[in-house]
Write a protein that binds this ligand. Structure first.
Ligand code: PLP
Length: 348
């Protein structure tokens, strides 16, 4: 990123400085594409996952949009009149319901289902949803912001037409992302002007951000092997929680999930109280979805899974990173238990 920030040229300029900047953009494009086994030409760089989701939903020209009830707000609020596909108690999208919705009306439709949920980590049956979408002539979009860099990703195997990624979820800079758009999709830009990104997203490219995204994507691909260790630590955390704080609920623990995410509820203790108490101990967790936070309100994701408002209001999201070790897990469990003991929810 530092090297890219030193490049004075504009990637659209034809002179030598411009060509150096263009090369940095195209190198990054290749790296980001490789992470999803996609064609570099299909990558549209954006300002992040939010813009990529908006571009997918608003640019694809489909009036009817079916999105899972647990999508990120950057999907659910990107278009008017989105119909939500329910999820089951395990937090995965209900494919029978999707089939029924697709069969109910014949108009041109876009289906949007995320690869992994940002609050529970639950993996979604995207390839199956994409097959259904194809059967009914619908386009398929997948928000892979949480999964990219944490799980192997292959856009062709998923069978989706568009896929969203965000750099900062894989250790890259904030403010960079991409929409992968298969060549067969006719995408209308939502940001018009200079015609950058092959006319699909105008504006001079965020060169350091894009370079950082490329570097992060390359490193994330190498790091995929570390995922097993992260899953082991997450499972250890959940076992300790179950032993030490029996009243705690481990949300979606029987579902297939991202390796690094645990959604925990401490009934009777508001999530914001937990977040603040843990923060005082130097432990950073979030209530609901951090991307839309400061605001803390009962999670719509947990409500969509049929959990009561009381439980949803007491749930926190704990994320592990590649540098998390057993000592951190033990510190978290001790600090969370202390919160539970103070609230009279666990024995000292
Ligand atoms: N989609 C999901 C699933 C997310 O978790 C987030 C943010 O965390 C976004 C989209 C938005 O991405 P960005 O923060 O890059 O705008």
């Amino acid at each position: 990123m530092s090297a890219a920030a030193q490049l004075c040229g504009n990637p659209s300029s034809v002179h030598v400085f411009g060509r150096a900047a263009r090369k940095a953009v195209e190198d990054a494009r290749g790296r980001v594409a490789a992470l999803a086994s996609a064609h570099p030409a299909d990558i549209v760089f954006t300002s992040g996952g939010t813009e990529a989701n908006n571009l997918a939903l608003r640019g694809c020209g489909r009036k009817r949009v079916l999105a899972s009830a647990i999508e990120h707000p950057s999907v659910l609020e990107a278009a008017e009149g989105i119909e939500t596909i329910p999820v089951n108690a395990g937090g995965a999208v209900d494919l029978d319901a999707l089939r029924g919705m697709l069969a109910s009306r014949g108009e041109p439709t876009l289906v949007s289902v995320m690869l992994a949920n940002n609050e529970t980590g639950v993996l979604q049956p995207v390839a199956e949803a994409a097959a259904l979408a194809r059967e009914f002539g619908a386009l398929m979009h997948c928000d892979a912001v949480q999964a990219a860099g944490r799980l192997p990703l292959d856009i062709a195997a998923l069978g989706v037409d568009m896929l969203t990624m965000s750099a900062h979820k894989m250790g890259g800079p904030k403010g960079a992302g991409a929409l992968i758009v298969a060549e067969r999709v006719r995408l209308e830009p939502i940001i018009r002007g200079g015609g950058q990104e092959r006319g699909r997203r105008s504006g001079t490219e965020n060169l350091p951000g894009i370079a950082g995204f490329g570097a992060a994507a390359e490193l994330a691909a190498l790091d995929l092997a570390a995922v097993r260790e992260i899953a082991r630590l997450r499972d250890m955390l959940e076992r300790c929680v179950a032993d030490e704080i029996p009243v705690a609920r481990i949300i979606a623990c029987d579902s297939e999930r991202l390796p690094n995410t645990s959604c925990l509820a401490l009934p009777g203790v508001p999530a914001e109280t937990q977040v603040m108490a843990l923060d005082l101990e130097g432990i950073a967790v979030s209530a609901g979805s951090a991307c839309s936070s400061g605001k803390v309100k009962p999670s719509s994701v947990l409500r969509a899974m049929g959990l009561s408002d009381e439980i949803a209001a007491c749930a926190i999201r704990v994320s592990l990173g590649s540098e998390t070790g057993e000592a951190e897990i033990q510190r978290f469990v001790a600090a969370w238990k202390a919160v539970a003991v103070r609230a009279g929810r666990a024995a000292a």
